[in-house]
Design a protein around this ligand. Sequence first.
Ligand SMILES: NC(=O)c1ccc[n+]([C@@H]2O[C@H](COP(=O)([O-])OP(=O)(O)OC[C@H]3O[C@@H](n4cnc5c(N)ncnc54)[C@H](OP(=O)(O)O)[C@@H]3O)[C@@H](O)[C@H]2O)c1
Length: 392
Amino acid sequence: MNPRARYELSINSNSGCADLMTMAERELSAFFSAVTQLFGSEQADLSADDWLHELSEIGSLPTSAREWRLITAKVLTQIPGGENASSPSTLFLTGASGFVGSAIVRELIDAGHQVLGLARSDAAAQSLVAAGAVVHRGSLEDLESLRSGAAAADGVIHTAFIHDFSNYGPAAEADRRAIETLGDALADSDRPLIVTSGTLLAQRQGPLATEEDAHNPNFPRKSEDAALALAAHVIRASVLRLPPSVHGNGDHGFVPHLISIAREKGVSAFIGDGLNRWPAVHRLDAAHLFRLILEKGSAGATYHGVADEGVPTREIAEAIGRGLNVPVVSKSPEAAADHFGWIARFFGIDGPASSALTQEQLGWRPVQPGIIADLNAEHYFEQAADAVPLHG
Ligand SMILES: NC(=O)c1ccc[n+]([C@@H]2O[C@H](COP(=O)([O-])OP(=O)(O)OC[C@H]3O[C@@H](n4cnc5c(N)ncnc54)[C@H](OP(=O)(O)O)[C@@H]3O)[C@@H](O)[C@H]2O)c1
């Protein structure tokens, strides 16, 4: 009989508590996936038996994530070579249905972790189930849902954000409250919290923005302040700044918005001489970095998920012009707002950034295509022109 089925039978006969059973199923599922990943399915079957045996020795179902971990850790040590393997963890991920979050789900599950993903709609819940994550219903506005998600996890990654530029103040405030709530739930533990921010929010001091540059206090989004304030209270919080283009298949951020403007206007434009630069990263490289921070990041640290340090916006406009087969033109700074609308203030920024310290500290190496190579692939121009405004 399949060990999972055996397990379900034994749990069903032992407990009437739905919450404990859900926790038990999660634990066995995470353990089974991790052992399959590390040692193969045959060993996973054997180890599942050992795991059930350990559980029956205890006599009742553990009630905390920590007690479950102890069972898992004990069984891992019984596998030849397993003494060095780390126990699978349950990570609570906000924004799990998003462009970046869905790549993090894949990255974590492939590494043997269990993902508890926040979902505020049936569609998001379905996408999480399809990806192999466990659904945690709730929203940024429902602070109790954030608290309970974090309480059930070994660590938290916060990527959800309300990308509503017409109402940015409340969106930033919801983000700040969410970070404080997640942090409170992790208090008095060494469970990590990773908070997402943007490289354009750094106050650049040199030729490239670095991890050591402070957050620009004039920007309404306060993710970094909220996270670093938690770190000061001995919560293992850190920040990952992403560049203005996190690109890849399924992108619905700045670059698709620029494409839809070029499609609509019949020209692909840049501002002035187009030498102002944007950093960029592929979503899969970014997702890998989130995992590295989770596993090896330091409390209070700021990291940069930057692969392309600074691509001239003129080159981005040229790649869009090639993709759509439209002329590439310059717009003066005065005419930019009229041509580009709200995105003019971002596309005109010169915001090159480095990730040298992040790479040195975490051993992260971006390996995916850069933004221009990605734009040369057809997927950017097959997408519908219904880009959603994003971040700063
Ligand atoms: N993509 C980029 O180029 C880029 C660049 C720099 C920084 N960032 C930052 O990276 C993070 C992830 O960005 P992304 O591109 O993945 O964004 P995205 O694709 O727009 O996804 C946003 C996620 O947040 C969730 N969300 C929005 N409002 C919510 C609410 N009220 N309650 C609960 N969940 C809510 C969405 O859930 P639904 O699926 O239900 O809508 C979705 O899962 C954000 O913090 C963003 O600002 C992104």
